[in-house]
Design a protein around this ligand. Structure first.
Ligand code: SF4
Ligand code: SF4
Length: 279
């Protein structure tokens, strides 16, 4: 039976794609971005048990050789995340697509669709595919929020079940990308830009803007060169870096000022993006 670690399910979200959507966040990521504001979603718990005794609410216990979490007792103090040697979280449910959809189903009168996010949700392609198949049967649209490191052309069935991908384009220059993400290469992200644009599944591109860390001007130009005239249709989100939740070398970095963000927006508009926004 297919299962995936679920970090959280937000019943109603207005920021994860068009309309009101249920957002499902999967645990685990193959990148470690310096600006990540949910670093506790990067590693998957290895059930070492170190965090259990420090839980002030008694919400953690060891059953067999696994750490289990009682969501009804948890007071969301984050003590477990703070002591975890791998910065993982024990507050994860290992769920089947059917079990996730039971939670989605409660929101159906109020939502247009679902969005899977993370961590990096495409680490679990079979789980997403099965969840999307069920959601499609109930008339819901299905979006993927991804860091773009999975080659989407290798998953035609998943693509057929999904209305589109919201793609992070984190940096354009390879060395800048590797320094930011600790990932291997951004060649797959660029390949995905072309592939998703060609098959009209590029729902949105997102750039987190951090002067001195991210070559945002190059990213905007690079996207426009690859997707060509689709710049008129594809949404472009210029995300102002905020240090809330960030740990590590960027945790004290200030947000870019409004003038810088406006310059980026102007560049995007000059290159033909008609749906570029600052968020
Ligand atoms: S956040 Fe972690 S440590 Fe705090 S109550 Fe919940 S499970 Fe326990
Ligand atoms: S969350 Fe971290 S500390 Fe707690 S059991 Fe998992 S790996 Fe160990």
């Amino acid at each position: 039976m297919t299962r995936a670690p679920i970090n959280k399910i937000i019943p109603l979200s207005l920021v994860d794609g068009p309309g009101n959507r249920t957002s499902i966040f999967l645990q685990g990521c193959n990148l470690a971005c310096a600006y990540c504001h949910n670093p506790e979603t990067q590693a998957v718990c290895n059930h070492c048990g170190i965090c259990v005794s420090g839980c002030p609410a008694g919400a953690l216990s060891i059953v067999g050789n696994r750490v289990t979490w009682d969501s009804t007792a948890c007071i969301q103090c984050d003590q477990c995340i703070n002591v975890c040697p791998t910065s993982a979280s024990p507050r994860v449910r290992n769920m089947t697509p059917e079990a996730v959809f039971q939670e989605v189903q409660k929101n159906i009168p109020f939502i247009r669709g679902i969005t899977v996010s993370g961590g990096e949700c495409t680490l679990y392609p079979n789980f997403i595919k099965e969840l999307f198949a069920i959601a499609n049967e109930h008339g819901l649209t299905c979006l993927i929020d991804s860091n773009g490191t999975t080659d989407f052309s290798r998953f035609p069935e998943l693509m057929a079940l999904s209305q589109g991908v919201m793609l992070d384009v984190k940096a354009w220059d390879e060395q800048t990308y590797q320094k930011l993400t600790k990932g291997p290469t951004n060649s797959v992200v660029k390949k995905n830009l072309q592939f998703l644009s060609d098959c009209n599944k590029l729902e949105e591109c997102r750039i987190v803007c951090v002067p001195g860390e991210v070559d945002a001007e190059d990213v905007i130009s690079g996207i426009s060169q690859i997707i060509g005239e689709k710049v008129r249709k594809v949404k472009l989100k210029l995300i102002k870096f905020r240090r809330f939740g960030v740990k590590g070398r960027l945790q004290n970095t200030p947000s870019p000022d409004d003038a810088y963000m406006q310059e980026l927006l102007q560049l995007a508009m000059d290159l033909g993006f008609e749906q570029a926004v600052i968020v």
